[in-house]
Ligand binder design. Structure first.
Ligand SMILES: *Cc1c(COP(=O)(O)O)cnc(C)c1O
Length: 341
């Protein structure tokens, strides 16, 4: 994929020279003994940002989500989420494999679910025919929803339903910083509503590896056990955590640039003769539907010929994701190309 303008995902970014410098300078120790000062600092920093008590550094967002689900549930219990949720669609069926829990799927709007929908999917208590509802999981921003985001009042209303029914509320916040930057809201308030939060450092924030799971001290203690069993206990991982700290300090505010670029892609696509519709762009994801002029496979191939990579996202569907490694010049060239196709 050399010299390609790569819009497939915001996971494709490489560390900047300054981030690499921070990584090389990291103080490290054996984190399975709790002795890596840089991992400890990252966990504390992320927890403080979101108004949570403690954090746990993990190799991937799949692992932080799966650990959280395992810690919140038991076999014979159930998780409520949207049908497009990453935890259900893209984690290999991990909920059944790791937790033995079942899933109640909501057909939401662009990946977003409402308090009324949550309420309607809670199983009747004291009836042995049903699994026991235990956990609700939200995704912010919603990947398959084209980067749509929840606002705090929307989250608060779902949290109210959860508290009322004694359900835990988890956030898959792989792109939560995109949501926060777009809404202008303060991360600290998230701690009021969620029992656990997973944030990814390797998406828009541009770190090479890593996610952090946030929760209460007790929850994180339990999660650390589960991480060990899953093989996620890392030793001198401080080199990676240093990239995460650098990303939190330097790469959050700049996400607005990615959002502006996504808006420009949307504008050009709306005027293109081969586009049927575009999911209104809210953050850094652009999902659009092709008309009969191209199939998704033919469109991706036509882009590839011009040195541009994008993802096929289902029949006639294409996804572009903007990120740190898409320069102004790359975007300009892409817009020109999209006008000519
Ligand atoms: C990328 C992503 C994750 C985590 O993916 P990993 O590749 O396992 O780090 C989780 N949720 C969403 C919505 C994502 O987009």
């Amino acid at each position: 994929m050399k010299h390609v303008i790569d819009f497939r995902s915001d996971t494709v970014t490489k560390p900047t020279p300054a981030m690499l410098e921070a990584m090389f300078a990291a103080q490290v120790g054996d984190d399975v003994y709790g002795e890596d000062p840089t991992i400890n600092a990252l966990e504390a920093k992320a927890a403080a940002m979101f108004g949570m008590e403690a954090g746990l550094f993990c190799p991937s967002g799949t692992m932080t989500n799966q650990i959280a689900i395992k810690a919140h549930t038991q076999p014979l219990t159930e998780v409520i989420c949207d049908v497009t949720a990453h935890i259900y669609q893209y984690e290999g069926g991990g909920i059944s494999f790791n937790s033995g829990a079942s899933v109640a799927l909501i057909h939401g709007n662009r990946g977003k679910i409402t308090p009324q929908q949550v309420e309607a999917h809670i199983r009747p208590a004291d009836n042995i025919h049903f699994p026991e509802t235990r956990l609700v999981a939200l995704e912010n921003t919603c990947n398959k929803g084209g980067g749509a985001f929840y606002t705090l009042p929307e989250i608060a209303a779902i949290s109210d339903v959860c508290k009322c029914h004694n359900l835990a509320l988890h956030l898959d916040g792989a792109r939560v910083f995109n949501a926060l930057v777009a809404s202008g809201e303060d991360a600290k308030n998230y701690g009021l509503y969620f029992d656990s939060i997973s944030i990814c450092l390797s998406k828009g924030l541009g770190a090479p590896v890593g996610s952090v799971l946030l929760g209460t001290k007790d929850f994180i203690k339990q999660s650390k056990r589960i991480r060990k069993v899953l093989g996620g206990g890392i030793r001198q991982g401080g080199y990676l955590a240093a990239a995460g700290i650098y990303a939190l300090d330097h790469h959050v505010e700049r996400l607005t640039e990615d959002h502006a670029k996504a808006k420009l892609l949307e504008k050009t696509l709306l005027e293109a003769g081969y586009v049927e519709s575009v999911l209104s762009v809210e953050t850094n994801i652009v999902i659009f539907k092709l008309n009969e002029k191209y199939t998704d496979a033919a469109f991706v191939a036509a882009l590839a010929q011009q040195g541009i990579a994008a993802s096929s996202f289902g029949p006639q569907m294409i996804r572009f994701v903007t990120h740190l490694d898409i320069s102004d010049d790359m975007l300009e060239r892409t817009l020109e190309m999209l006008k000519k196709l």
